[in-house]
Design a protein around this ligand. Structure first.
Ligand code: ADP
Length: 509
């Protein structure tokens, strides 16, 4: 019971009781000696005891007020750091409160990097609660390391004369005086240290500051760990989101390719079946004519000519497939010689003269004749440009225009650094921005497979979707580049397309 009473007694209560008793004694003395002389000696003794007791009460009150302030600050800090998960904000708050609580000049927080296990500076603040950069301070690394290794806090009021630290290089070199350093511990691991110092004067830190900071550090360590885990989680989340996006895109691309492959099988069988049917048809007619003995030279020639045309078409389709498979296995070899690009363009255009006329399209060639001779495979280059001209014809409505323009990159440069640029432009339906790169992928064709046509120059008569893949393969084999430009696809306004080809004058060996 007595114990219980003692427990609830407020600190300083005993002194107050003694003070009260003393006052009552003085009162008793004054009443007892009313009017008469009070013994001066006794009175003076009583007064000086009263003085002492008052001073003690005053000191106790002061300590209590200080403790209350520290407790309030601790509470405020734990509330503040618990209210955010932003690591930088948490760290700065921790630093500012340390300066506020201990009266330090500057305060530094170092965290152990989980990967390297090294202490790394994470926050540094000065007395004006401003962030200071690492060049603006020097600290005692040996004290910091000692605290991180031992997990024991360190406080020194004057490192210059403290036998434990005065010989340390950093203490002498940086003229460090009062230092306070405590470990940060979370989940039974040292996760960092808090270091505060005062270089100007000695003595601002006490053991009380050390204990206070240690109590504060244990709260801060948890908050920092939480913020770090949160940051980690955030990074992982972002990474997951990015990977998911990539996966969705890859899946979309995969199903697009899958679709393109099935389309290709449809188209290829159609491409092959049509000329095969023609061959069989001509053959049947011819053998019937033989049976009836009615073969005339003219009719025979007509039939064989039809068979030849159909088999040539068959050969073309098979060749395209073969070229693509060669591009895939990178076995497309070139037989190079000096080439005049004007001859290449003429040969490529010549193949389509009949189609140009039939479709009422104009084709202009400019600046090609002035281009220097380049090293390349003439047959392959004709194949590439012929395909670009064929596409320009196929995707441009009747009466449109096609323009082939050439230019040289840098006429003053040595030949091995020179390149020629050739642009095949049309006034056709154009290409959607999203398709500008995809059209170079094999089997890729814009639009519906049903729009497919075996007519080689028919408007919008899409082929097997191999032409541009082969063209790019040929250009790349020459060390060049090819890309498409178009504002978009619109059959009503016909914004047109441009195919840019750049070829080095001397391809790399
Ligand atoms: P295809 O055999 O189908 O013509 P390509 O590889 O030559 O295959 O072309 C792929 C796709 O690129 C075509 O289906 C077409 O949609 C588009 N394309 C190619 N050239 C042009 C052009 N000059 N104008 C508009 N679209 C084009």
């Amino acid at each position: 019971m007595t114990e219980h009473i003692t427990d609830t007694t407020v600190p300083g209560q005993e002194t107050l009781n003694a003070l009260r008793e003393n006052l009552m004694e003085v009162e008793r003395l004054t009443t007892q000696h009313q009017g008469a002389d009070i013994p001066a000696e006794e009175l003076s003794r009583r007064f000086s005891t009263l003085q002492e007791q008052l001073t003690t009460v005053e000191q106790k009150l002061e300590t209590q007020a200080l403790e209350r302030e520290e407790f309030a600050a601790l509470l405020e800090v734990s509330h503040a750091i618990g209210s955010t998960l932003d690591l930088t904000e948490v760290l700065n708050k921790v630093m500012d409160q340390i300066i506020h609580l201990t009266g330090a000049e500057r305060s530094i927080l170092m965290l152990v990097n989980p990967e390297t296990e090294e202490l790394e500076l994470r926050a540094a603040r000065n007395v004006d609660y401003e962030t200071i950069d690492s060049s603006a301070f020097e600290i005692s690394r040996s004290i910091v390391n000692q605290v991180a290794e031992s997990g024991e806090p360190v406080v020194t009021t004057n490192a210059q004369s403290d036998p434990r630290f005065k010989a340390r290089e950093s203490v002498i070199g940086y003229k460090l005086r009062s230092i306070l350093c405590v470990p940060l511990e979370a989940r039974r691991r040292i996760t960092g240290v808090i270091y505060a110092d005062n270089r100007a004067r000695s003595g601002p830190f006490s053991d009380r500051d050390r204990d206070l900071l240690a109590a504060f550090a244990s709260q801060a360590a948890v908050a920092i760990e939480n913020a770090r885990l949160f940051e980690d989680l955030k990074t992982r989340n972002e990474e997951n989101r990015r990977l998911n996006k990539e996966l969705t895109e890859a899946n979309r691309e995969l199903s697009r390719l899958d679709q393109a492959k099935s389309d290709f099988i449809d188209i290829a069988s159609h491409e092959l079946r049509t000329p095969l049917t023609q061959v069989r048809g001509y053959n049947d007619i011819l053998s019937e004519m033989f049976h009836k003995g009615a073969v005339t030279t003219q009719a025979g020639l007509k039939m064989t000519h039809g068979i030849r045309r159909a088999s040539m078409r068959l050969e073309e389709v098979v060749d395209a497939m073969f070229d693509v498979s060669r591009l895939e296995t990178e076995t497309l070899s070139l037989s190079t010689s000096a080439i005049q690009l004007s001859s290449v363009i003429s040969a490529a255009v010549q193949e389509w003269e009949e189609a140009l006329e039939k479709r009422d399209l104009t084709l202009e060639v400019e600046g090609i004749a002035d281009l220097p001779t380049i090293k390349g495979d003439g047959t392959r280059l004709v194949q590439a440009f012929s395909h670009l001209v064929q596409n320009a014809i196929k995707y441009t409505p009747d009466e449109g225009e096609i323009q082939i323009t050439g230019c040289l990159s840098d006429s003053d440069a040595p030949p091995q650094e020179q390149a020629v640029g050739i642009v095949v432009a049309d006034t056709g339906i154009g290409i959607a921005v999203d398709d500008l790169e995809r059209i170079f992928k094999k089997f890729y064709r814009v639009g519906d497979v049903l729009l497919h046509s075996t007519g080689k120059a028919k408007f919008k008569g899409a082929g097997p979707g191999l032409g541009l893949a082969i063209t790019r393969g040929i250009v790349k084999a020459h060390g060049g580049e090819i890309w498409a430009k178009s504002p978009g696809c619109d059959e009503d306004t016909c914004p047109g397309s441009e195919f840019h080809v750049v070829l080095p004058v001397e391809p790399p060996v």
